[in-house]
Design a protein around this ligand. Structure first.
Ligand SMILES: Cc1cc2nc3c(=O)[nH]c(=O)nc-3n(C[C@H](O)[C@H](O)[C@H](O)COP(=O)(O)O)c2cc1C
Length: 301
């Protein structure tokens, strides 16, 4: 079940996605971290952030919309309070998700993380749709994305994975921009910009008005984007978007993903990531597959 992303060996290709797995420690009693590949922290900013006003999460027909707005304790508190506890958990592999409103802030977050022990990789969020600047603004403008990634790569002492926005017309091109700027891997997709209206009040159902759509509804679009991306770059592609079963993970890998992340599914079942990792192992065994990595890009297209 082992896979390698930019030199980081994982015991499973199934990873818990950012924003859906807290800082890892919250899941200590629920998920056996030895069974999954890694977990990605909630997005970490330089200063603590309160996020957007409520309501900021709703359920949709086949998924959910969120406009959390990057609520987090700030990178320094994470390093001091949460990281040591997370690293003490058996089997924990920590990917730190980095967020900033400006290039300088992202660089500063990475500098703080560089001095902390034990983090396996950084995932740079260039794709959050729920903030007025930073996030998706970086991920939808090629020259801003290039600048962000090259400056972050310049200071990063760990492999840098760039999380891409799906709210673009040519995801393969954006992935290539990230690769050219020095990204060691790309992950996709973040959530799709969406809107839901309460027809009785005529008001948006989310206080922020727009929000990011995730879950099974987005899966076929995400699979298409992972496929396009894997054809455009040489660096590893980590796929996500609506994975709820092991078979979904297989599909993403066949489309070109080296590993996958599971997000919204953890809201329906907090054990989802572990169940999917176990299920993937069984799927490989029942299909006579010696190595899970042979699934990557194996779709006949
Ligand atoms: C409530 C919630 C919070 C999220 N917070 C973050 C975040 O802080 N940073 C980030 O890069 N992605 C964040 N995401 C995006 C997920 O990591 C993932 O990219 C997206 O939800 C698609 O995968 P899924 O359909 O399996 O959820 C968040 C998603 C949800 C549902």
């Amino acid at each position: 079940m082992r896979v390698n992303i930019a030199g980081v060996e994982l015991q499973s290709p199934v990873i818990a996605a950012s924003g859906t797995f807290g800082y890892g420690v919250e899941f200590e009693e629920i998920v056996s971290l030895e069974k999954i590949g890694a977990f990605v922290t909630k997005g970490l900013s330089l200063e603590p952030m309160a996020g957007n006003p409520s309501p900021r999460i709703i359920e949709t027909a086949a998924g959910m919309m969120n406009a959390i707005g990057l609520q987090n304790m700030g990178v320094r508190a994470f390093v001091e309070e949460k990281l040591p506890k997370a690293l003490a958990i058996r089997g924990a592999v920590v990917f730190a998700n980095v967020f900033g409103f400006t290039v300088e802030e992202c660089v500063e977050v990475i500098r703080v993380l560089n001095d902390a022990p034990g983090i396996a990789m950084y995932e740079l969020n260039a794709s959050c749709p729920n903030t007025s600047h930073g996030g998706m603004v970086f991920g939808t403008d090629p020259s801003l994305l290039y600048e962000l990634v090259s400056f972050c790569k310049g200071v990063s002492r760990r492999p840098l994975m760039v999380k891409l926005s799906p709210n673009v017309t040519n995801i393969g091109y954006m992935a290539r921009v990230a690769e050219d700027a020095g990204a060691d891997a790309v992950s996709l997709v973040n959530t799709f910009l969406a809107l839901s209206i309460d027809i009785e009040t005529g008001k948006p159902r989310i206080a922020n008005v727009t929000a990011g759509l995730s879950g099974p509804a987005i899966k076929p679009i995400a699979v298409r984007m992972v496929h396009e991306t894997s054809k455009s770059v040489r660096i590893p592609v980590v796929g996500m978007g609506g994975i709820v079963r092991a078979e979904d993970a297989v599909e993403f890998m066949m489309a070109g993903a080296t590993a996958v992340q599971v997000g919204t599914a953890s809201y329906a079942d907090p054990r989802a990531v572990e169940n999917i990792a176990n299920g993937l192992k069984k799927w490989c065994a029942s299909h006579g597959l010696g190595e899970v990595r042979s699934l990557t890009g194996s779709a006949l297209m």
